[in-house]
Design a protein around this ligand. Structure first.
Ligand code: GLA
Length: 717
């Protein structure tokens, strides 16, 4: 590395800055920076990632470890590479040298930096893109790859980002899942060598592993202490995070599409754009990283992240496939009685040749079933309108059951292996989305329902099986393109949907949380975290998602899963986007009244839960309770939820110190959602305390009775 630095900055036209080599390239947010520099060998090196320095030029003379920015395969590096290809002449290496960099201030908050690299012998270019989101302290990274060789090149690796960290130890937090067991948080210390978190599932890519991780530096980070890097990939398909601790105890993190069975044929002149890797660095624990990610997602990723959401009554758990017009009319009436905004009709409403009476048939045949619904969907939409509630409907358009007319008519539209038996999951197969005709069909499922019934106000888009026996009849001899092209086809469909229906609320569902990532959320207003709605389990599942997902997008339904009280169920559902999927007619008078009042309460406070800052005060992983708090921007109101889990022997819970208040203001503490007694058991209820007191001394917020809960509305006076 060159010891001196010559900064040659030439300002060209307004915002664009070009610089020559020997310069520092810093990607800066409000509190942090990622620093690169060009060395005499014309390679770019990462110098630093962490809290902003007063003078980052000092890095050039330090012996702080420096690592090449995006290490290609074939050079002198001995560890995992970020990119690999073989040139037309058989040379299997890349040497990526600095060409230039460019910075473009997109607006007051966002700056994009592009670092251009080029092979010194072959016409192969890689540009590394960084978007710095100043006030959210978030960096988004992606890579664009292009070549001008005569024949196509195969890309064997093509990661979105390579980051380097230097610490004494590294603690990984990951989230392991399965159906109805989503987001089980696991922590482990990384040892030398490689740890991989990845997915090979194609459609329901996230069933077993979540595309999100946190790395604690020097020690395991907790909620409010320690350096932590939290990262996620915005890609609705196979992903891969590689964590490699090398011989010098440095950690490299390589993130991107999983290259597994996905060698990519890149034709000359075509630009391959990787998905974005998005990360937050925090020097004070996980909570701050989550707050920044949640805030960023609401503003830059989630569709209509700043708009209110609809409360709803769903019929899935109450009827399953067994309903008719009369039953549904009754349920629409129940939605009205409860006071929610909408009734959502789930699976089972469609297909005639093979009616959808269980999950073995009918996917693909999206005509209303004439026996159950002789007057179609339109009459239900009308009925809902008459009763003053909105109407939503479930679809699963990417799938087909072998017992369906679609399967009979279009056997060539299905992903399955030639000369092998079909392999089913939930009795169904995946449609061959790379085929443009299939894309038209899938888009047409939603478009036809909406065109036939313009009053429909909400869609639940499901996806209930992973991809196995993966072979696309459409892609013929280019099968390794399938996993990537499937996702790209999906985005094309979502784009079309959003062009025609820009603000239609759509729930992203995948048999629970099998498909949840920042890119999909650009097209969806919310997601279904899990089919497991037992509120005890939900405390953990919702806690887990909060590490990177905003609560406004997290659909929590009150159902008959679990034996807990209606109050516990309601309080748990309220910490996100609340809905119901329960027999309203089975509630006794008091429970119904409580639920009606809870809907009213929720409507009053939901903007704080949706748009406020979330503080995780007590973790259910460390205690027999969980306590979370939401505070609005002006700190004038706070909503606190406490859930007591499995206590034994009259366990005593300490006071909880609140966060997110103004120290110099006074607040009135009021317990809400009271049930069955109308009076709070907490002696501090109704009293006024200063923010200073509440944050330094705290409040008693948890009862020691197992599976009990409390909600406090704490308002500035
Ligand atoms: C999936 C969803 C459920 C429900 C069923 C319908 O399992 O996660 O919420 O919609 O499909 O078949």
């Amino acid at each position: 590395m060159r010891k001196s630095v010559i900064l040659l900055l030439i300002l060209i036209g307004g915002n664009i800055v070009f610089a020559q080599s020997d310069s520092i390239i810093a990607i800066r947010t409000k509190n942090n920076e990622l620093v690169y520099s060009v060395a005499q060998n014309h390679k770019v090196y990462q110098l630093f990632l962490g809290q902003k320095l007063n003078n980052n030029i000092e890095l050039l003379k330090s012996d702080y470890e420096k690592h090449e920015i995006y290490i290609p395969f074939g050079g002198s590096d001995l560890f995992e590479s970020a990119i690999r290809t073989v040139h037309n002449d058989g040379n299997p290496s890349l040497e990526l040298q600095y060409v230039k960099y460019l910075t473009n201030r997109i607006d007051d908050n966002v700056t994009e930096t592009v670092i251009f690299l080029k092979d010194n012998q072959y016409p192969f270019e890689v540009s590394l893109h960084f978007k710095a989101y100043y006030s959210e302290d978030i960096i988004e990274q992606w890579v664009e790859i292009v070549h001008q060789e005569k024949k196509p090149l195969t890309l064997f690796n093509f990661s979105s980002a390579m980051l380097h960290l230097n610490a004494s130890v590294y603690w990984l937090t990951q989230f392991h899942s399965d159906w109805a067991q989503e987001m089980r948080m696991e922590e482990s210390q990384l040892t030398s060598g490689i740890k991989v978190i990845d997915s090979k599932l194609g459609t329901r890519a996230d069933v077993y592993q979540t595309p999100f991780f946190m790395i604690g530096l020097n020690k395991a980070a907790d909620e409010n202490n320690g350096e932590v890097l939290a990262g996620t990939l915005a890609w609705t398909g196979n992903f891969k995070f590689t964590f490699e601790v090398n011989n010098k105890n440095s950690l490299r993190i390589i993130s991107g599409i999983n290259p597994y069975a996905s060698e990519y044929k890149l034709i000359p002149g075509k630009i391959f754009v990787t998905p974005s890797f998005i990360f937050a660095y925090s020097h004070s624990g996980k909570e701050l990283a989550s707050q920044n990610l949640q805030r960023w997602t609401r503003k830059y990723s989630l569709l209509d992240g700043d708009k209110p959401r609809l409360t709803l009554l769903n019929n899935w758990e109450t009827t399953f496939f067994d309903f008719n017009e009369q039953k549904l009319t009754g349920l629409i009436g129940d939605a009205k009685k409860l006071g929610v905004d909408m009734f959502l009709l789930d699976d089972g409403w469609f297909a005639n040749k093979y009616p959808r009476n269980n999950d073995k048939t009918s996917l693909g045949d999206w005509e209303p079933n004439k026996t159950k619904l002789p007057n179609g969907i339109a009459v239900l939409v009308k009925e809902a309108d008459k009763q003053g509630v909105k109407f939503g409907i479930w679809i699963e358009p990417e799938m087909v059951n072998p017992k369906s007319e679609l399967y009979e008519k279009h056997p060539d539209w299905i992903i399955r292996l030639p000369n092998r038996p079909e392999h089913f999951s939930r009795n169904q197969l995946v449609l061959d989305l790379p085929n443009p005709k299939v894309q038209d069909f899938v888009y047409g499922v939603l478009d036809k329902i909406m065109t036939d019934n313009p009053g429909i106000a909400y869609i639940k888009w499901d996806c209930n099986r992973p991809m196995t026996s993966s072979y696309s009849p459409y892609l013929k001899d280019n099968q390794s393109a399938l996993y990537i092209e499937y996702v790209e086809a999906l985005y094309k469909i979502f784009e079309r949907v959003r062009q025609k229906y820009p603000h239609l609320p759509i729930m992203l569902c995948s048999g629970g949380g099998g498909r949840i990532d920042y890119k999909a959320l650009r097209y969806f207003t919310e997601f279904w975290p899990s089919d497991n709605t037992d509120p005890y389990e939900r405390v953990f599942i919702q806690w887990g998602y909060s590490y990177y997902m905003p609560t406004i997008a997290t659909c929590n339904h009150i159902t008959s899963w679990g034996k807990q009280s209606i109050k516990f169920k309601t309080d748990v559902a309220m910490m996100g986007k609340m809905g119901y999927d329960i027999q309203i007619s089975h509630l006794n008078d008091k429970e119904l009244k409580f639920s009606q009042d809870a809907v009213v309460n929720y409507k009053r406070i939901s903007d704080i839960i949706w748009f406020g800052t979330m503080y995780r005060l007590v973790s259910p992983y460390e205690n027999n309770r969980a306590v979370v708090l939401f505070s609005n921007e002006s700190k004038s109101k706070v909503i606190l939820f406490s859930y007591t889990l499995n206590t034994r022997f009259g366990e005593v819970f300490n006071r909880v110190k609140l966060r997110g208040l103004a120290a110099d203001k006074n607040y009135k503490v009021q317990e809400i959602n009271l049930f069955p007694e109308p009076k709070s058991k907490f002696s501090e209820d109704g009293k006024i305390f200063s923010g200073d007191y509440l944050m330094k001394v705290g409040l008693t917020v948890s009862s020691n009775q197992a599976l009990s809960s409390s909600v406090f509305e704490i308002s500035q006076i």
